[in-house]
Write a protein that binds this ligand. Structure first.
Ligand code: ADP
Length: 404
């Protein structure tokens, strides 16, 4: 089954085309990205498996034209991998916010579109772009099933004490203010794959997944189901991130707004785009650059990276207590997959639980599946590269088959 996976941002479309025989037997046919939609120098980079890469700069005014560029690249005589659009069996869309409407992936219909639209309030940068993406795909491939996979769905198994804020209950009733979490597709993928890799029974396991990238979150997974996660109403809550502040005392918000004369929108921008690594260092939101600064003796960069370790440690420790122990801690996403020192420093904070971390082996691995603890470690620690697209492709395949 040929599945196209689409991840639409406000000015970009990332895509992967997969040939799915079943959940574990698949091949990547092509992947790529359309960037700077709406700007004069929009471009597409298309990488077909086993062929040369195609790069094209052309005005791409909107997502509909962007989708047409993606499909044209897929059937291009030189760089294409399909003979016609008709070869695509289903399209899976990544959706950032599904609130408490969706606890799994669904076939898109008008009711689903309405609910994704309702959730725009909670994800104003993402959901409107997803709607544009789905509409554009429906226009160019009207008879192909479209499936929506939600970043929030995996977290819907949290119970009320974990998802409620201690605010007046009416705000939950009137405005659906509660914790929804994010990165759910990634946490679900790595917890499942990690259990398999570590030889654990997913249905009888306590796993903590650390998705540490530009956006970061940590999730507690008991018996394959999310019981708690660090992101909340929006992806702002939790630990320090590239440009997000993570959890702060809420009183700071009105205080700074008054002092700096900021509107709610400006304050939101400060907390989401000007804080985190960038805000604290004053120099960069990128972990690689931060490591270079630390190596050059920059004290603030060292403090930022120490805070990163501290924040993850506090979250993991809290979730260990919440689950009454842990069998497996998993590291994934850009920062955790590429920075051996981070995995080491966090893991060594859990020696008291019996973690025996294999530092020498850890130093040799990057972006591959690896067991980072010695065989006699009481708690296992693994590196599992995330694959959200594969998770979306699997769900899309199953839903398309059920609805054939
Ligand atoms: P996003 O949340 O945007 O998906 P990623 O998971 O791609 O983010 O992670 C981006 C982060 O990973 C950046 O801070 C980047 O510095 C870091 N990173 C990526 N590759 C490397 C690398 N080779 N070495 C160190 N850090 C890296």
């Amino acid at each position: 089954m040929i599945i196209l996976v689409i991840n639409c941002g406000s000015s970009s479309i990332k895509y992967q085309l997969l040939d799915m025989k079943n959940d574990n037997d698949f091949s990547l046919l092509a992947k790529g990205i359309v960037e700077k939609i709406g700007l004069p120098d929009s471009n597409i980079t298309h990488k077909p498996t086993g062929k040369a890469k195609m790069e094209k700069t052309a005005p791409i005014p909107d997502h509909k034209v962007g989708m047409k560029f993606v499909l044209d690249a897929l059937v291009d005589p030189e760089y294409g991998v399909l003979s016609s659009f008709g070869d695509i069996d289903a399209v899976g869309h990544r959706i950032v916010q599904g609130a408490d409407f969706f606890s799994g992936s669904v076939l898109v219909d008008e009711d689903v579109m309405e609910k994704i639209g309702f959730c725009c309030d909670f994800a104003p940068l993402h959901n409107p772009a997803h709607i544009l993406g789905i509409r554009a795909m429906q226009a160019v491939l009207p008879s192909v099933p479209q499936v929506a996979t939600f970043d929030t769905a995996f977290h819907q198994t949290m119970e009320a004490p974990a998802y409620m804020y201690a605010l007046p209950y009416e705000y939950y009733q009137k405005y659906r203010v509660r914790r929804y979490g994010a990165h759910g597709t990634s946490h679900q993928y790595v917890s499942r794959r990690g259990a398999e890799f570590a030889g654990l029974d997913l249905n009888d396991s306590r796993i903590i997944t650390c998705h540490i990238g530009n956006g970061s979150s940590v999730t507690a997974v008991r018996n394959g189901k999310c019981v708690d996660t660090s992101m909340g109403f929006t992806p702002l809550e939790g630990m320090i991130m590239g440009t997000r502040c993570g959890s702060i005392d809420a009183s700071i918000v009105p205080y700074i707004m008054r002092k700096e004369n900021l509107t709610p929108e400006q304050m939101t921008e400060v907390m989401n785009k000007k804080s985190g690594f960038l805000g604290l260092s004053g120099k960069t939101s990128d972990c690689r650059d931060m490591c270079d600064l630390r190596a050059a003796g920059d004290e603030r960069a060292k403090m930022v990276l120490d805070k990163l370790v501290l924040d993850i440690t506090k979250l993991v420790g809290g979730f260990v207590a919440e689950m009454g122990g842990v069998d497996l801690i998993i590291f994934t996403a850009g920062i955790a997959e590429n920075n051996a020192w981070l995995r080491r420093d966090v893991s060594n904070n859990f020696k008291y639980l019996g973690v025996k971390f294999d530092e020498a082996f850890n130093d040799t691995v990057r972006g591959v599946e690896a067991m980072l603890t010695t065989p006699d470690s009481a708690v296992k620690v693994a590196l599992i590269p995330t694959d959200e697209e594969l998770m979306i492709a699997r769900d899309t395949m199953h839903i398309a088959l059920q609805n054939k």
